[in-house]
Ligand binder design. Structure first.
Ligand SMILES: *[C@@H]1O[C@H](CO)[C@@H](O)[C@H](O)[C@H]1NC(C)=O
Ligand SMILES: *[C@@H]1O[C@H](CO)[C@@H](O)[C@H](O)[C@H]1NC(C)=O
Ligand SMILES: *[C@@H]1O[C@H](CO)[C@@H](O)[C@H](O)[C@H]1NC(C)=O
Ligand SMILES: *[C@@H]1O[C@H](CO)[C@@H](O)[C@H](O)[C@H]1NC(C)=O
Ligand SMILES: *[C@@H]1O[C@H](CO)[C@@H](O)[C@H](O)[C@H]1NC(C)=O
Ligand SMILES: *[C@@H]1O[C@H](CO)[C@@H](O)[C@H](O)[C@H]1NC(C)=O
Ligand SMILES: *[C@@H]1O[C@H](CO)[C@@H](O)[C@H](O)[C@H]1NC(C)=O
Ligand SMILES: *[C@@H]1O[C@H](CO)[C@@H](O)[C@H](O)[C@H]1NC(C)=O
Ligand SMILES: *[C@@H]1O[C@H](CO)[C@@H](O)[C@H](O)[C@H]1NC(C)=O
Ligand SMILES: *[C@@H]1O[C@H](CO)[C@@H](O)[C@H](O)[C@H]1NC(C)=O
Length: 882
């Protein structure tokens, strides 16, 4: 038998920050988060048919556009009063954008935003199906660990499996033929899709081939065999299988709204259409785990999701990071879900030959697939403190490097003694072992011992306690949004979850991500709705019920460790049994204390005893950890924020109350934020606990002890590209030095390159005379920041007539609600190509000019010059080619 080499590689990446290459004009364009020349027009609410012309509102707008000479294609159309009336259009010429705003009846024009599929931190090579149906095991108790963590097992024991509740899943499609989703999958001629099945319906908005760029080919069948059910089984897997998987609400009915093709991305026009269809088809719960990036609550999908939530439907979403909540996770009333690690990890053993040693456990649910025979090992480095031992920092790159040297399997050992965490190995065959076992193997290799490893191909996984179990997952990022909504509402199991893949990909996988916790929360909501009914009022109450009954998550398992910030856990880990059994209603579920400028000290909390007995309640304040959200040295948004001392103080108008049956009482909570915190943007948070003899409920609060209006938004350092930002970049990709003339023919035009270290609601570039005197805003401290953003315009009714103090010749461009930049060296910037025209596409007269770039600070007033940061470009000439 031919045997390959098993190699060892360390997984740590060096955190040293490398300078990003200055993009070329084309790269700057490609990095845009926006679909070029594509917009969603929102029409003012009104009759579907115009009374005046008797044609549909849509036709009327299209006719007005044609009259103005605008050439366009029509994409999705939206026509659901109370939710959204409008259309997605693609213009033939970017010059026509400004003309759109002149059309009567157009209420807003938003660019179409690209949305990427969430990263499924795939820690396992998918294995072939190991499903064995056991006809005897009909009524086994539910011991699935994530269900035990959340009380789902207890609710199941009461016979509540979410039957009768409809859940719309907006994501990749579903492989509904999976045996865990269809018990008659093997029956000849029977379908697993449609009424009477678990998957009752849905729609494919895109088709397999769609990659985000090409034209979608929709149909009525959301079958997806390339990405799969994954998260769906967390909600809906039938029990009694050898993997021990069962869904949170496995008797709920599902509909799948497919918005991703097999590769690439999707966009928010399609997501909005899917949300609206799921709403119109009567879904009680809508769940979507997406990777968009905004941080504002104003993107189209956020707006649509919020309006659906306001109609009493439950919407659960994943999320994307501090001051960077994903869109539509940012929607108001939508439930963004953080991830908690599973309390167990599945383990397989590999055997060691050539030296006397116990089997070595590796982190995987099923034996490493198709790896037969004894394999000699080769260590890529014998130095334990060498994180980059197999090449560059990107993990899959290391695996590619070792594979290129002939390795069949990469054995990766943990960099520390912590828990096994899911890692992404792409398509490579790799397993993760503990630090101690890795050290042992490397030492044997270094000593020249002839050691081989074997991966027995049979045997079920055995579960070991996960030392980080029950804690917030390391990948789960944090709120709040720029408008100070908490960004995270709740937490659910999402780390190390055994779930399903399409049959073609191997049926099962161990995965981590908020794309796991989000469907879990949707399933939990289904159980609650099953218990309390499906009225709009019930739908609206679900978030509060789950929040007031959730269990606070500590920062670590150390005794006395402070609770994790609300920005990271929301109200805490969902406890469905408590949510359903509670006889007390506490409202609201959460209190947004906003920033210091918009802080309000007094908030009313109502407590209702719905039971039949008199109950005495105690009210107390339980602070959660305060975190600094900006890294002090780099001024980046900190994705793993450190705890800092300090907490709010809260006093109550009454700290004990007694309520008779059916009685309600209101108390006032008076908050004062912590002061003297020595950090930038400290987010403080905690809970108001309401405790009776046998139940505890809580109200979750969060605020920031700073004025967001004073937070810098533009990166003015040189640390990202090695040149001071913002900058005017020539088409050759060089910063413009002295005065330079441009003809705007072919490639002869410059672009503005800048980075946002915080979001801005308005970014505008104006043309000014070359001699215009302006003292730009105080240079910011040196820092590097973090998101790819636009190349296009937004228009809303509110942006006319700003900046009265400075004499400008005319606007060159404007962008609304720009997200903060990421620190991705290839996409962590914004750019704007200057075509020698004003924003209205009129050519600028020949002459010498400068450009003034201004960014509105969060909560700033658009009419107040002081609320903007500004930058003046070097001098440039607009010249007519000779
Ligand atoms: C609930 O699901 C189980 C397992 O799939 C199935 O046997 C049972 O018939 C379902 N019950 C209802 C009411 O749908
Ligand atoms: C795996 O190996 C460990 C020793 O390293 C042993 O304790 C355990 O029982 C083994 N498990 C199985 C399922 O073989
Ligand atoms: C190493 O061990 C394997 C199996 O244990 C054996 O087949 C191989 O010949 C040995 N190689 C050397 C160089 O001793
Ligand atoms: C915080 O205050 C700002 C400014 O008034 C407002 O726009 C925002 O909606 C407020 N946030 C919350 C959660 O109320
Ligand atoms: C807040 O509530 C406290 C206690 O009820 C009261 O004394 C105080 O006047 C209130 N403050 C405001 C601004 O309403
Ligand atoms: C309260 O009393 C009513 C009437 O006696 C009864 O129907 C109901 O089930 C009771 N509720 C609880 C929670 O005990
Ligand atoms: C604030 O923090 C910085 C860095 O952490 C430290 O150098 C400085 O001494 C602190 N200042 C105070 C007043 O604590
Ligand atoms: C408290 O628990 C006891 C025993 O489980 C139960 O009889 C009682 O009704 C509960 N009280 C409330 C207020 O839920
Ligand atoms: C730019 O063009 C103007 C007008 O044609 C000319 O006077 C000037 O010298 C040119 N500057 C450069 C740097 O080429
Ligand atoms: C376009 O904008 C510029 C600058 O604001 C203005 O001078 C010009 O008149 C506008 N052109 C048209 C056709 O509206």
């Amino acid at each position: 038998m031919k045997s390959g080499k098993a190699l060892l590689a360390l997984i740590l990446c060096s955190s040293a920050f490398a300078l990003a290459p200055i993009p070329t004009a084309q790269q700057a364009k490609d990095a845009s988060n926006y679909v070029p020349n594509a917009f969603i027009l929102e029409l003012s609410n009104g009759d579907a048919v115009s009374k005046r012309t008797l044609v549909s509102r849509h036709e009327e707008i299209y006719a007005a556009m044609r009259t103005r000479g605008i050439a366009f294609d029509i994409g999705e159309e939206y026509n659901t009063p109370n939710i959204f009336i409008g259309a997605a259009i693609r213009l033939s010429s970017s010059n026509d954008v400004t003309k759109l705003s002149e059309i009567p009846g157009v209420k807003a024009i938003r660019p179409i935003v690209k949305v990427y599929a969430p990263e499924h931190y795939l820690s396992l090579r998918p294995v072939s199906s190991t499903v064995v149906k056991d006809p005897k095991a009909s009524d086994i108790p539910d011991t699935y660990s994530t269900h035990v963590m959340t009380g789902v097992d207890k609710v199941h024991a009461q016979g509540n499996f979410g039957q009768g509740i409809k859940i719309g899943i907006i994501d990749t499609g579903i492989d509904y033929n999976h045996p865990l989703l269809c018990d008659h999958a093997d029956d000849e001629g029977s379908s697993c899709f449609g009424p009477g099945n678990k998957v009752i319906g849905g729609y494919d908005f895109v088709g397999d081939a769609f990659n985000g760029e090409d034209t979608p080919s929709p149909d009525h069948n959301p079958l997806d065999e390339c990405n799969g059910p994954r998260d769906v089984c967390i909600i809906a897997a039938s029990p009694d299988n050898t993997m021990g998987i069962s869904g949170v609400a496995y008797n709920a009915s599902l509909a799948s709204y497919r918005i991703f093709g097999c590769i690439g991305y999707t966009s928010d026009d399609i997501i909005s259409a899917a949300l609206i269809m799921a709403y119109n088809q009567g879904m009680n719960i809508l769940t979507l785990s997406l990777g968009g990036a905004n941080g504002w609550t104003t993107g189209t999908a956020s707006v649509v999701a919020s309006r659906i939530a306001a109609q009493g439907r439950v919407v659960t979403t994943g999320l994307d990071g501090a001051w960077y909540a994903s869109d539509p996770g940012a929607g108001i009333g939508v439930i963004p879900v953080a991830s908690v690690d599973n309390i167990v990890s599945p383990i397989q053993n590999m055997t060691v030959e050539g030296v006397n040693h116990d089997p070595i456990p590796y982190f995987m649910a099923t034996p490493l697939h198709g790896v037969n025979g004894s394999m000699p090992i080769y260590a890529t480095s014998t130095n334990f403190s060498q994180p980059d031992d197999a090449g560059t920092c990107m993990f899959t790159q290391k695996l590619a490097n070792v594979a290129a040297k002939g390795a069949k399997v990469a054995v990766i050992y943990n960099s520390d003694t912590g828990a096994f965490a899911a890692i992404s190995v792409g398509g490579y065959t790799a397993v993760l072992i503990s630090a101690a076992d890795g050290k042992f193997l490397v030492e044997q290799f270094a000593a020249g011992v002839n050691i081989t490893l074997n991966f027995p191909q049979g045997g079920a996984a055995f579960a070991v306690a996960n030392p980080d179990g029950g804690l917030i997952s390391s990948f789960s990022t944090i709120g709040p949004t720029f408008d100070m909504y908490p960004g995270v509402a709740l937490a659910a199991p999402g780390g190390n979850i055994l779930s399903t893949l399409p049959i073609k990909l191997g049926s099962y996988a161990l995965e981590s991500g908020t794309s796991m916790s989000c469907p879990f929360a949707a399933g939990a909501a289904a159980l609650v709705l099953k218990a309390i009914g499906t009225t709009p009022a019930a739908g609206e109450a679900v978030m509060r019920i789950l929040q007031t009954t959730a269990a606070g998550v500590a920062g670590s398992h150390t005794d006395g460790a402070p609770l994790k910030s609300v920005a990271q856990q929301g109200a805490g880990l969902i406890q469905v049994d408590r949510a359903i059994a509670m006889q007390t209603i506490v409202s609201p579920g959460q209190i947004a204390l906003n920033d210091t400028e918009h802080f309000k000290a007094n908030h009313t909390i109502s407590i209702t005893n719905t039971g039949n007995k008199t109950v005495a309640y105690k009210i107390r304040h339980v602070p959660a950890g305060t975190v600094g959200t900006i890294d002090a040295s780099t001024h980046d948004v900190d994705t793993t924020p450190a705890l800092i001392p300090g907490a709010a103080t809260v006093t109550f108008s009454a700290s004990t109350i007694t309520l008779h049956a059916q009685q309600t009482h209101h108390i006032t909570a008076t908050f004062s934020p912590p002061d003297g915190l020595n950090t930038t943007l400290p987010v403080y948070s905690g809970f108001i606990e309401v405790t009776a003899a046998n139940e505890t409920l809580k109200v979750t609060y969060l605020g920031v002890a700073a004025t967001l209006r004073e937070t810098p938004v533009l990166d003015t350092s040189s640390e990202f590209f090695g040149i001071p930002l913002p900058a005017l970049i020539t088409a050759q990709g060089r910063p413009q030095g002295g005065p330079t003339n441009y003809t705007f023919q072919g490639e002869d035009f410059p672009f503005f390159l800048f980075r946002m270290v915080f979001g801005t609601a308005l970014l505008r570039i104006d043309l000014v005379d070359k001699d215009e005197q302006l003292t730009p805003s105080i240079p910011l401290p040196s820092r590097r920041g973090i998101a790819p953003t636009p190349f296009t315009w937004w228009w809303t009714e509110s942006t006319a007539g700003t900046f009265s103090k400075i004499k400008t010749i005319g606007p060159i461009g404007e962008m609304d609600y720009v997200a903060r930049s990421t620190n991705d060296p290839f996409g962590g910037y914004s750019s704007f190509g200057f075509q020698g025209t004003f924003a209205n596409a009129t050519r600028i007269n020949d002459g010498q000019y400068r450009a003034l770039l201004r960014a509105l600070k969060v909560n700033g007033n658009r009419n107040n010059e002081e609320d903007f940061e500004s930058w003046m470009s070097p001098q440039f000439g607009v010249v007519t080619p000779a």
